[in-house]
Design a protein. Structure first.
Length: 132
């Protein structure tokens, strides 16, 4: 599990948002991708802090945000665990975010670059068929 952690959590940070928010996003993606299934423990604050070379207060703040979002829970004496239902909840939130935020930006960029919608639809169909 620690190897998966290292692969999922790269040390690449950007200046566009606080590191704790970036870590929250990385942890959400790790949960969605099955690195941390529902009911499984998350690495300790100390492990994350050490592996990613970030302040433990930053990691703690990230965990508190995930607790507030009802995605993880603290089990006294054991650590933080992914809550049951977290994947479904995250999926719904991320779908809404994609449809309401990311997709309109993509469509605007396509318009800006004069990319034909039908060409993109055909590419999506081809890509989707290749995955199966």
């Amino acid at each position: 599990m620690l190897l998966e952690w290292k692969q999922t959590m790269n040390n690449q940070w950007h200046d566009e948002s606080p590191i704790y928010k970036q870590l929250v996003s990385k942890l959400k993606n790790a949960i969605l991708n099955g690195v941390y299934p529902e009911g499984s423990p998350l690495p300790s604050i100390r492990v994350i802090s050490s592996q990613l070379q970030i302040n433990h207060i930053t990691v703690s703040k990230s965990y508190h945000e995930l607790v507030a979002a009802n995605l993880i829970e603290k089990q006294r004496g054991l650590g933080m665990f992914v809550k049951q239902g977290a994947i479904q909840q995250l999926t719904i939130v991320e779908q809404e975010s994609f449809l309401n935020d990311e997709l309109p930006k993509l469509l605007q960029r396509m318009k800006q670059l004069k990319i034909n919608r039908d060409d993109v639809i055909e590419l999506i169909k081809n890509y989707s068929e290749g995955e199966q």
